[in-house]
Design a protein around this ligand. Structure first.
Ligand code: AHG
Ligand code: MN
Ligand code: MN
Ligand code: MN
Length: 335
């Protein structure tokens, strides 16, 4: 019989990728897995449990907070706080980072940044949503209180990153810098099983994902690129197919499996676009590169950007390498 590998087994097995690892990262990934299962459970019965809808408050991003945003944020923070693997956490839903300072966190060397619930606008309409996480080593000394600088590291410093996609199945996808692997949740057993080993963008893509309703606000290069993607040219598989859900996790997951280009450019009303560098773009960029793709702000590599603010936004283009290189060319040549 074929051997089914659980996420837990895979994490332990891959600890040997880190020769000096003491198992803390493995434990942290297991904590994220546990929190993900709890959020998944709430999401599946959201309508019944009356946790759909808005809280009636805005978050630091100026967005209307959904009850599920708050629920997912609370579950991840309390689960990660209750275990000793991290010394601090920053979230899309919190104004400032949180420092964990109990005795169990004294020796912790990791910090987590996260988008606890991605795709909030899709919650009430039963469309796929996700959770995105990003893990770094702290740079301040172990045993001291974490500082803002610990959270403002460039994405290339990430130790691990991933997402949970709550779709027709729930899948956890992650990388520790040694390829990307996906694990599908079996709700009957309560475990994630390796279902997508060594995920790579296919060689060619012919999907594009962008909120075309914002077309009028886009820079000239992006407008020209969109029109180019819609032209007829059999040799380059054009016209491309448009697919956009409004959940980054869902759009990214599809494009990584099928081959495609995701764009959230700047616009005349949003000079840095919408997506958050630390909670959304960096983790997705790390996964993208590990899956053989590219992630850019239109000019250069996302993972090289030195963040200045926790909630900083950045124009985001990611997907198959050739498609991203082509998008950068359109931007460069149409200023
Ligand atoms: P979040 O729900 O975490 O605030 O993220 C929403 C993001 C992202 O998931 C998605 O790609 C994008 O916003 C959609 O924005 P538009 O509705 O402007 O297209
Ligand atoms: Mn939000
Ligand atoms: Mn998001
Ligand atoms: Mn969110």
């Amino acid at each position: 019989m074929e051997r089914h590998i659980t996420l837990g087994e895979f994490i332990i097995e891959n600890q040997k990728d880190f020769p000096y690892a003491k198992g803390d990262l493995s434990a942290l990934l297991s904590s994220i897995k546990l929190a993900g299962k709890m959020v998944n459970k709430s999401i599946n019965k959201a309508g019944l449990a009356q946790i759909l809808g808005k809280v009636g408050k805005e978050n630091i991003q100026g967005e209307s907070q959904a009850k599920m945003d708050v629920m997912a944020n609370d579950v991840f923070i309390s689960t990660l706080r209750n275990r000793g693997e991290i010394c601090g956490l920053a979230s899309e839903e919190l104004e400032d980072y949180v420092a964990f300072e109990d005795d169990i966190h004294k020796e912790a060397k990791y910090i987590v940044l996260m988008d606890p619930l991605d795709g909030s606008s899709n919650i009430d309409v039963d469309i796929t949503i996700g959770t995105i996480f990003s893990i770094y080593h702290r740079i301040s000394p172990i045993g001291t209180r974490v500082t803002k600088e610990d959270f403002l590291q460039p994405g290339k410093n990430q130790v691990a990153a991933g997402y949970l996609i709550y779709g027709t199945s729930t899948i956890l996808v992650y990388t520790t810098g040694n390829g990307v692997n996906g694990f599908t949740f079996d709700p009957g057993i309560g475990s994630f099983f390796l279902s997508h080993p060594n995920m790579k963008f296919p060689k060619e893509g012919s999907i594009y994902s962008v909120n075309e309703g914002n077309y009028i606000h886009f820079p000239k290069g992006i407008k020209k690129l969109i029109k180019w993607m819609q032209e007829l040219d059999k040799d380059s598989n054009r016209p491309y197919t448009a697919r956009y859900t409004g959940s980054l996790v869902a759009d990214f997951h599809r494009n990584m499996l099928m081959g495609g280009l995701y764009l959230y450019p700047q616009g005349s009303t949003a000079p840095k676009g919408k997506l958050r560098l630390l909670y959304e773009c960096n983790p997705m960029a790390f996964l993208t590169e590990q899956a053989g793709g590219k992630a850019s702000d239109g000019k250069g590599r996302i993972l090289d950007i030195i963040p200045k603010e926790l909630h900083e936004r950045v124009p985001f283009i990611c997907g198959n390498s050739e498609m991203v290189v082509n998008a950068e060319k359109f931007i460069r040549e149409n200023k």
